[in-house]
Design a protein around this ligand. Structure first.
Ligand SMILES: [Zn+2]
Length: 183
């Protein structure tokens, strides 16, 4: 556990109880049951609250076509101080075309990372460590969410279009009617 993490996080539930349940909830199972980006985001918020006792409300998720370069990808970003997490649509579409079974782990890892930023953690390395620690403790070391939380590069064949993909203009905030977006 890196020194950089806050005390609350070091004392978190996940590091003292080595199983996959929080409050009797099996997270693997909960992730499988998610039917939308919002469901996954709610699960992320529950896990972070369990791990750090921190939470915040009033965050939107926006979808934008941010494209990808032949060897680079911005999966998502959180404009610091804002109330929106912007998800790049491009890798979501690419995943659905290449390896749909990593869609939920991918969304979990990416939303977790940005959500931790939104709680006021600006340091990229610290956020990565926190995301990784949470994923590892609830899903295990080899789970795609855990691997994605450290680095998405390993999964680039499923996330990026090899020849690159252009950026679009639209930013769409997810509403309730997008509940069926996944699958
Ligand atoms: Zn970040």
């Amino acid at each position: 556990m890196p020194k950089i993490l806050c005390d609350r996080f070091q004392n978190c539930y996940f590091f003292t109880k080595k199983n996959e349940d929080i409050n009797g909830i099996d997270i693997h199972n909960e992730l499988d049951k998610c039917n939308s980006i919002k469901d996954i985001f709610d699960l992320v918020k529950d896990c972070v609250k369990e791990a750090t006792r921190e939470s915040r409300a009033g965050l939107d998720i926006g979808l934008a076509e941010l494209g990808n370069k032949p060897n680079a990808l911005i999966s998502a970003y959180y404009p610091f101080g804002s109330n929106i997490i912007v998800l790049n649509m491009t890798p979501l579409r690419r995943i659905m075309e290449t390896k749909p079974d990593i869609l939920k782990p991918y969304l979990f890892a990416i939303l977790l990372h940005e959500y931790i930023h939104s709680l006021g953690y600006a340091d990229e390395e610290a956020v990565r460590e926190m995301s990784y620690a949470i994923c590892r403790d609830i899903f295990g070391e080899g789970h795609p969410a855990t691997r994605l939380s450290l680095d998405t590069k390993e999964f680039f064949p499923y996330l990026i279009y090899p020849g690159g993909h252009p950026t679009g203009n639209e930013l769409r905030v997810i509403e309730v009617e997008d509940i069926d977006y996944i699958g």
